[in-house]
Design a protein around this ligand. Sequence first.
Ligand code: AMP
Ligand code: FE
Ligand code: FE
Ligand code: ZN
Length: 276
Amino acid sequence: MQKKWIDLHIHTTASDSLLIPSEAVEIAKKCGLSAISITDHDTIGGFLEAQEKADELGIELIPGVELSVAYKGEDFHFLGYLIDHENPEFLKKINSFREERSVRGEKMVEKLNELGIDLRKDTVKAIAGNGSVGRPHLADALVKEEFVHTYDEAFARYLGYHAPAYVPKKYLTPKEAIELIHLVRGVAVFAHPGTSRSPHAVYDFLEMGLDGIEAYHSQHDGKMTTHYVNLAKKLGLIYTGGSDCHGRRKGKVLIGTVKVPYRCLEMLKKVKEENY
Ligand code: AMP
Ligand code: FE
Ligand code: FE
Ligand code: ZN
């Protein structure tokens, strides 16, 4: 039997990617993927929009979300898969995170203004459209208005964690994020641990009820992927993966560039079945 591949980490214009949901599905189909998950920051709007195209093209679409978490002075991301995405309590919560993102975006513009950068809130709003406002939108705005030459320069000079216009989000604790995902009968996965300065926090997350680790990721090299697959197995967790594609911002669409076996989705489904 031919091996099936998937991509369980894709962003759309519903958050901070440049790809509209239907386009993301089309690209995944062209890459020959069997299943994908749309995992936008704090919203399931992209997943809902992608459904029609996924049905039309016969690609399996998994509901997902990416939540931001603060723990011991650092910021981590958690992916929630196979969530009951119609749960009103869940929708209310993630909507409030989206609203906080808007306010935070405005605060970052104010900080930029204080630094003498005459960026307007409307410019950022126009770029973000209906999407959950994120730093990538501010970076795009800074490039568009020629305050910086490149997207990366925007982060290096202004928007990065230790840069002067950075404003932290009002984060959930890891326990709250895991509980929120479990409330909607989802599977909680530690996103891209290899990009974190404290990947060993996984041991603490495990105690809080974590279900899995994202082992395959565009910023994990082969060695790191193997490490996280083995770590997951050792800890009795499942492992997943995806490209974390944000569109063509960096010139290349990442969908399909990270080889994730279909088996990861089977493991997700098994956890869901066993837990709920
Ligand atoms: P936010 O959720 O608004 O804090 O934005 C986080 C997003 O910004 C991440 O998902 C990345 O896509 C992007 N990002 C964060 N740091 C950098 C960086 N140093 N260079 C480029 N992109 C970054
Ligand atoms: Fe993002
Ligand atoms: Fe992330
Ligand atoms: Zn992501």
